[in-house]
Design a protein around this ligand. Structure first.
Ligand code: FES
Ligand code: FES
Length: 214
């Protein structure tokens, strides 16, 4: 160690400037870590064995009604309602857009209220009633909202359309179809990459009176 690399103080406390700087950089780096990451981590989450695999069953029995038909399945606890419908039940009308709750393409109804199926654990619909785009037409006739989407040219590629229609029906039932501004606001969680928004608003306003609302 050269003379000018040493710091002042008794020999036992002397450290070089390089050592001081290295320590300072390490401290500064730790200060930028998210809370908890700089601390020692527990070896296992409470209630799980040391290997990290949770104790208990990985599947749950699920009994639900989808579009009027009762289904009973054992479902992996991590399965989303969206995957249950598409992969488990072959109901591909409900679309997977972002799979992160951002686009609305996966909108379905649970007990008559709209939900994002990609963010809903399938086990949560146990004992409840699910309606998808496949379940809204009746007696061979389109739902008034489906007919209005066609009449008002409210789609281009159609990928967002099932989610838009399910959200639009809910929007009317919620009493949010009194004006174009209300509709835009209530439908703001449903994105359309094709930009069919003007037609969608027109369709919702046209369908509302036919659904006894608006
Ligand atoms: S797929 Fe569910 S919100 Fe986009
Ligand atoms: S019609 Fe294409 S994304 Fe909406």
């Amino acid at each position: 160690m050269s003379q000018n690399e040493e710091t002042d103080g008794p020999p036992s406390l002397r450290v070089s400037r390089r050592e001081v700087l290295a320590g300072g950089v390490a401290t500064a780096a730790l200060a930028w870590l998210p809370a908890g990451l700089g601390q020692a981590r527990p070896t296992a989450i409470a209630g799980t064995p040391a290997g990290g695999v949770p104790a208990g069953p990985l599947t749950s029995p699920l009994a639900t009604v989808v579009n009027g038909a009762r289904i009973e399945v054992d479902v992996d606890n991590r399965t989303s309602l969206l995957d249950l419908l598409r992969e488990g039940q072959g109901l591909f009308g409900t679309k997977k857009g972002c799979d992160h709750g951002q686009c609305g393409a996966c909108t379905v109804h649970v007990d008559g209220r709209r939900v994002l199926a990609c963010l809903t654990p399938a086990v949560q619909v146990d004992g409840r009633e699910v309606t998808t785009i496949e379940g809204i037409a009746g007696d061979g006739a389109l739902h008034p909202m489906q007919a209005a989407f066609i009449e008002h040219d409210a789609l281009q590629c159609g990928y967002c359309t099932p989610g838009q229609i399910m959200a639009a029906i809910a929007c009317v039932h919620e009493g949010h179809a009194g004006s174009a501004d209300q509709v835009r606001d209530a439908m703001s969680g449903n994105l359309c990459r094709c930009g069919a928004y003007a037609g969608i608003v027109d369709a919702v306003l046209a369908a509302a009176p036919k659904m006894g609302r608006g």
